[in-house]
Design a protein around this ligand. Structure first.
Ligand code: GLN
Length: 235
């Protein structure tokens, strides 16, 4: 039996899971085991209640425009719960379509406006018959870490108030192909266009999310052993 236990909400995991974003949960579980921690995941989808008190971490994956429009209709039911979750500094990883839906809106490839949650201050525009596709490398300037992934998106995202990028683009396109940023960090929300999945290729983000979740849930526990796993300080 593991000493610690964490519960992850896989938001719309049956609809938003392009390029095996679910692999992020496998990566989290792999690192969690090394931290004497078991990790359960529950898919929270259309019409399901999202009770933030039940969860320590969350994953909001990417998807096609059609699935994003289906999810968008259900988002108002989850908004209050997700706001609480984010304000409680619980780690949330949002990839591509999920990243777009945390912001104000996403203009899809057909030019249709899909409303988002508006919990983070970014917005996403489309491009004319073009997508950003390929390998991408970025550098996080706070930690000096480089992250590697694969991007495939039509959306061009522009960051807003309170958001800082996950990294500066070294190769690839990133948020919008213009301003050299990729992804977003807001409180303990980590947004990215990286598939791959991001956490299998960039384990330091997974370790940081797990340690944050453990600190939140077990404030008086001595986490120096699990913390020893974090080879470099992050964020
Ligand atoms: N449909 C969105 C876009 O093309 C998100 C794609 C994704 O999640 N990979 O920008």
């Amino acid at each position: 039996m593991a000493q610690y236990h964490l519960h992850l909400a896989h938001l719309y995991g049956n609809l938003l899971n392009t390029y095996s974003d679910v692999g992020n949960i496998i990566a989290l579980r792999y690192y969690a085991q090394q931290m004497d921690t078991s990790l359960d995941a529950t898919v929270i989808s259309i019409d399901d209640q999202f009770d933030p008190a039940q969860f320590d971490l969350a994953l909001f994956g990417g998807g096609q425009d059609y699935e994003q429009s289906v999810v968008a209709r259900d988002l108002p039911n989850k908004k209050a719960g997700l706001r609480t979750f984010i304000n409680d500094n619980k780690p949330l990883l949002a990839i591509c379509g999920g990243y777009q839906l945390l912001g104000h809106y996403y203009i899809d490839a057909q030019g249709k406006k899909i409303p988002g949650l508006g919990l983070l201050d970014h917005y996403t525009l489309n491009q004319d018959h073009h997508r950003f596709i390929g390998d991408i490398t970025i550098k996080n300037e706070e930690t000096g870490d480089e992250y590697h992934g694969f991007e495939n998106h039509s959306g061009r995202t522009f960051l807003g108030k309170g958001e800082r990028p996950l990294g500066k683009v070294l190769t690839g396109h990133g948020n919008n192909g213009e301003d050299g940023t990729e992804g977003a960090i807001y409180k303990e929300v980590y947004c990215s266009y990286f598939h791959g999945p991001i956490l299998t290729r960039n384990g330091q983000i997974a370790k940081h999310m797990l340690l944050t979740a453990l600190h939140n849930k077990y404030p008086s526990a001595d986490l120096s052993q699990p913390a020893a796993l974090v080879i470099k300080p992050t964020f």
